[in-house]
Design a protein around this ligand. Structure first.
Ligand code: ADP
Length: 840
């Protein structure tokens, strides 16, 4: 605790506020700036790259500041780094004594309503984790859109995967200090807050939840939001429980490895979402992202989505529908700002312009003449009354401020029109008055000015003062060096009218704005429903368009766990290279052992299969000419080498941890992809582990599995294990050059071609040659006994391995002095060398 007495009263006020917001950066409003002090200033100046100064507040304290009108970018930067921000505004008028300040907004990564800070195409979730006797409940919400969700019955793995897959930015906990969870949050840069109040208060928002614990879990989140955000959150929708078993389990590495929505390299073009997202609205693109990270297991729901896509495949009305959607603003976030009283007139204008599109959307939907779309059409309300109200009231081009007028159209409110007339008329009255005074006094340079202290005045330059006569009624008000200022009775009367009229008009405009806002608030739930419908239309339309553009087909599903995909393509790789398609046929419980040279397309094949499954179960069309698939309950992957050095794990350890998740949780209905398991350790270790895992999956889990490997020895397993099938990627060796064919065929590959691939990478010739020699010996030796790579490494120098006769040949050649030879001599020498070889 700081000894506050030594500081100025203002700094004492700051410290009182800071005490309540110790873990946040306090933005302290001072005139046109937000100032930060002490440690906040030191930290923020670094993060925001602004100057650190100091202020004398009884003693010197560190300070930095940002202009309040440009605060958004700074808030965004801090929030992105995981800071919380408390905004302390001046709540009394400046002038008399110390201005009072209060925290009016508390912004954390999960509690953002401001326009322009959030990414339009993704949700910004805040979640609360609630521990029950049988697991965890995760409730989460996006307060900018009003969406709320609850997932019950999660185990710790489900929980971590969901937090990661939903990209939850902030977590609220009650009495929970699980070390694994905490480490996870820390690594993922998620802000964690402890909160106690789970009292059930907001009944209407909990009405769809059945269990008391669920209500308490959701209340923990709600109470935090209502208490801490200091915002009106009337737009929050009632929680709905989504059942975890309705979703395919996507382990959190899967999203990363398959690059569904985010790329590992940071290149957005390597994500699936990039190529699928043809949506025109923010709501649509958020929904598409959500779909893609939450594939379903319920075949009815999947088929229903596929039906929508099929309905939207008719081409003609597409353009009109897209044109209308393009003009639609982010309804959820507009409504969020309107309901939380953060909106300005621009938000209302955007809402109005959005509503203007609804009849066009409905008309376009109508022309599809499809029962499914007709049904959707019927459930969409035009909001005619609200549109007309906003359209009649609001100008198209309105200012940001709601207190300075300029928002309301002429003809909407009679009183406003009169006040405006008066204030405008006042201006012209002033001009007339100026002219009459000039004439009256004969002073050509007489002026009328205005200042805040005594309003309008007449200004006369020094030399002309004698021309002012008493009968003019001029009352002297101020004497300056070069002129004299006067007021008159008449001027004051008009001043009252003019100034009042302007202020009154501004006040009235604000009142009308508030009325419009309230009226809009009456329509919150139907506006949110409209938004949901538009999101759906936009998403399915986008998917139908993509399916046409890229020749995707509707997948079919079977109950027998068969996979039959013809001409399968990888939806992302095929956008970058000429893609060689492959068939995938897989029986129940089958395990593919996939061998082939590096770079021949093994990972691409495996990823392609998994992505195809995700797309199909999301309810999308898939890149193939025909696809018949089972419904998988989960996908587990161990692909590529994602080191977790920050988390203190080596590549091999990460590999084992990820493999373990599959081995612990996969069922016979899951899909497992293991890419080169066991590479991070010694050959025999790795091979033994790989074999052990394959046997375990084969005998115990029975999940369909794709296992790519370098260990050719593993291909022998197909002889012993019934469900193991060897596949290899075809490659041709053309005069020591590798040619990749990218065709997957049955049977093991003959060799790994590692050295040829290294040659393609232009490794020094010497290394390639030497490696080939070593390989030959290794292959020869391994036919008789176990290879000991370590003793091999200690083999003597290269000369030792070259047979003596070859050595003699080399010596002969290197001793030739070509400078001293005639062409005939050279031919004779060549003949001699040939003879030497023939003797061998
Ligand atoms: P591996 O896993 O065998 O080392 P990858 O799957 O990483 O090989 O493939 C290497 C590269 O080959 C890919 O980046 C892609 O450019 C290309 N490739 C893979 N499969 C195909 C295919 N079926 N058709 C065309 N190019 C492909």
């Amino acid at each position: 605790m700081k000894d506050t007495q030594k500081y100025t009263p203002m700094m004492q006020q700051y410290l009182r506020i800071k005490e309540d917001y110790a873990d946040a950066i306090v933005f302290f409003r001072l005139g046109d700036f937000y100032e930060m002090f002490f440690d906040d200033a030191i930290v923020a100046s670094k993060v925001l790259e602004i100057a650190l100064t100091s202020r004398d507040a009884g003693e010197k304290v560190p300070m930095c500041g940002i202009p309040y009108h440009a605060s958004k970018v700074y808030i965004q930067k801090l929030i992105q780094k995981g800071f919380k921000i408390a905004i302390a505004e001046q709540v009394t008028e400046p002038g008399k004594g110390l201005v009072e300040r209060q925290v009016v907004k508390f912004i954390t990564p999960g509690m953002i309503l401001e326009d322009g800070i959030l990414d339009a195409s993704s949700y910004n979730f805040i979640g609360a984790i609630y521990q029950t006797e049988y697991g965890y409940i995760l409730s989460y919400a996006d307060i900018s859109t009003g969406d709320t969700f609850l997932l019950d019955g999660l185990n710790k793995d489900n929980l971590l995967s969901e937090v990661k897959n939903l990209n939850i930015r902030e977590i609220i906990l009650k009495n929970l200090s699980d070390k694994q969870l905490m480490n996870f949050f820390k690594n993922e840069n998620i802000v964690v807050s402890e909160f106690k109040n789970d009292e059930i208060i907001y009944q209407p928002l909990l009405k769809n939840l059945n269990e008391k614990v669920q209500k308490e879990a959701a209340s923990l989140l709600l109470n935090y939001l209502f208490e801490e955000s200091k915002q009106e959150l009337r737009h929050l929708l009632p929680f709905t429980e989504t059942k975890i078993k309705n979703f395919m389990h996507l382990d959190h590495h899967v999203l990363e490895h398959l690059e569904l929505v985010e790329s590992m390299s940071g290149n957005p073009k390597s994500t699936l979402l990039y190529w699928l997202d043809q949506t025109k609205t923010a709501m649509g693109s958020r929904l598409l992202r959500y779909f893609l990270t939450h594939p379903l297991t319920d075949i009815k729901e999947i088929e229903s989505r596929l039906n929508y896509i099929e309905a939207f495949q008719i081409y003609e009305p597409r353009q009109a529908l897209e044109d209308a959607l393009r003009e639609v603003y982010d309804i959820n976030r507009l409504v969020g700002r309107i309901a939380s009283l953060n909106a300005n007139a621009r938000d209302l204008v955007q809402l109005k312009n959005t509503l203007k599109q609804v009849p066009k959307i409905k008309e376009a939907l109508n022309s599809y003449q499809h029962p499914l779309l007709d049904e959707l059409n019927h459930s969409m309300d035009n909001h005619d009354t609200l549109f007309e109200l906003l359209d009649n009231a609001l100008k198209e081009d309105v200012p940001i401020s709601v207190k300075e007028g300029g928002m309301i159209k002429e003809g909407f409110n009679q009183e406003l029109d009169e006040l405006r007339m008066l204030s405008e008329h006042g201006e012209s009255w002033l001009n007339d008055y100026l002219e009459t005074q000039k004439e009256l006094t004969g002073i050509k340079n007489l002026k009328i000015g205005y200042n805040r202290v005594f309003g309008y005045f007449i200004e006369v330059s020094k030399g002309n003062i004698p021309l002012i006569k008493d009968e003019y009624g001029y009352i002297r008000k101020q004497t300056l060096a070069n002129n004299e200022r006067y007021i008159t009775e008449e001027l004051k009367t008009y001043e009252d009218k003019i100034l009042n009229a302007k202020a009154k008009a501004e006040k009235l405009e604000y009142d009308i704005f508030v009325e419009l806002r309230n009226e809009t608030n009456q329509n919150l739930s139907s506006l949110l429903a409209l938004s949901q419908n538009i999101a759906k239309i936009d998403t399915f339309l986008s998917l139908a368009k993509v399916a046409d553009m890229y020749r995707y087909v509707r997948p079919r599903f079977n109950q027998h766990h068969y996979v039959e995909i013809e001409s399968a393509r990888h939806p992302v790789v095929e956008r970058h290279v000429e893609f060689v398609s492959n068939h995938i046929t897989m029986k129940p419980n089958e395990i593919f052992i996939l061998t082939g040279p590096n770079m021949s397309g093994k990972s691409t094949y495996m990823r392609m299969f998994a992505i195809m499954v995700v797309m199909a179960q999301t309810g999308m069309f898939v890149p193939a000419s025909k696809a018949d698939l089972p419904i998988y309950d989960a996908i587990f992957t161990r692909i590529g080498s994602s080191d977790d050095i920050a988390g203190g794990k080596s590549t091999f350890m990460v590999e084992m941890v990820e493999a373990n998740e599959a081995l612990q949780h996969a069922t016979s209905k899951s899909l497992i992809l293991f890419d080169e398991i066991g590479r991070g350790t010694a050959t025999y270790d790795g091979m033994a582990l790989a074999q052990g895992m394959i046997e375990y999956i084969h005998n115990d889990i029975k999940a369909q599995t794709l296992f790519s490997t370098h260990y050719h020895e593993l291909t022998k397993l197909s002889e012993e294990l019934e469900h193991v099938t060897n596949l290899h990627v075809k490659a041709k060796e053309n005069k020591d050059q590798m040619v990749f064919l990218y065709q997957i065929e049955r049977g093991p590959s003959d060799k790994s071609y590692g050295i040829q691939v290294a040659a393609l990478a232009n490794l020094p010739e010497k290394i390639i040659k030497r490696s080939k020699q070593i390989l030959k010996i290794l292959e020869k030796e391994s036919q008789y006994n176990q290879v000991d790579l370590f003793t091999l490494m200690e083999e003597p120098e290269i000369e030792y391995l070259i047979p003596n006769d070859v050595k003699q040949l080399i010596e002969e050649i290197s001793n030739i002095d070509t400078d001293q030879m005639t062409p005939i001599d050279a031919l004779i020498k060549l003949k001699y060398l040939q003879n030497l070889l023939k003797k061998k």
